[in-house]
Design a protein around this ligand. Structure first.
Ligand SMILES: Cc1cc2nc3c(=O)[nH]c(=O)nc-3n(C[C@H](O)[C@H](O)[C@H](O)COP(=O)(O)O)c2cc1C
Length: 209
């Protein structure tokens, strides 16, 4: 399959095969895809929470309108955005660049000032919204990664965010849940796999100037 065929093959899976397991290599590729996501300034202001616990999955399913993907998928990942970006975190990021690229930290002073000024000029709400947007970039990249790996996935935001935050203890970590992805193998009787994709025409979605 070429890339467009793979993107047509993927669909938001409603029913997973509950016995399917991912290989260690597949899980590793998924986690690397998340970490390789481009983010604004490169700050990566979010966490991806892998839900292994059956008990936690059951609780999350209840808070997600009982959607079966939450318990049946091989992998469940909840994205959580940071509620704010601290000065300390910007310092850590700048040190990481200096160490990773082996460059004197003084050369990064202007970059650090620029990031600090930008982030510092936003209200708490703007910071949180900005961080939340970064999680959707990770989601999009991960959906494509799954399609390329020929793994099925369902992006999901049909859940009670405050309940998810409570179940996962996110508030004390200064995080808020944004979106979730469930990954695995489609059930043979998931009727959605046979539906024709509904999309606008290219002419309707693309504007050329
Ligand atoms: C951000 C986001 C949230 C979604 N939330 C859910 C959800 O909670 N449950 C679900 O079954 N599908 C969910 N979907 C799937 C969409 O309904 C689906 O992607 C869309 O109808 C297009 O269909 P396709 O992905 O099969 O091509 C979500 C999709 C996105 C991108």
């Amino acid at each position: 399959m070429n890339i467009i065929e793979k993107l047509k093959w993927r669909y938001a899976t409603k029913k997973f095969n509950p016995t399917f397991k991912l290989s260690t290599e597949q899980v590793d590729q998924i986690l690397q895809s998340i970490n390789l996501t481009p983010t604004s300034f490169g700050l990566q202001p979010f966490r991806a929470i892998v839900i292994d616990s059956i008990l936690i999955r059951e609780a999350l399913k209840k808070a997600a309108n009982g959607q079966s993907q939450v318990t049946d998928a091989a992998l469940v990942i909840v994205f959580a955005a940071q509620t704010k970006v601290t000065k300390n975190e910007i310092e850590t990021y700048i040190s990481n660049i200096a160490t990773t690229r082996n460059i004197p930290i003084e050369l990064l002073a202007d970059y650090k000032t620029m990031i600090t000024a930008s982030v510092g000029s936003w209200s708490d709400k703007e910071q949180m919204n900005w961080a939340a947007r970064q999680t959707y970039i990770a989601l999009g990249q991960l959906l494509t990664t799954c399609a390329l790996l020929e793994l099925d996935a369902c992006p999901m935001e049909g859940f009670e965010k405050t309940q998810f935050d409570a179940i996962l203890g996110l508030e004390e970590k200064n995080l808020v849940s944004t979106v979730m992805i469930t990954i695995g193998k489609r059930a043979v009787d998931d009727d959605y796999q046979h539906l024709t994709k509904v999309r606008k025409s290219i002419e309707d979605i693309i504007i050329r100037k």
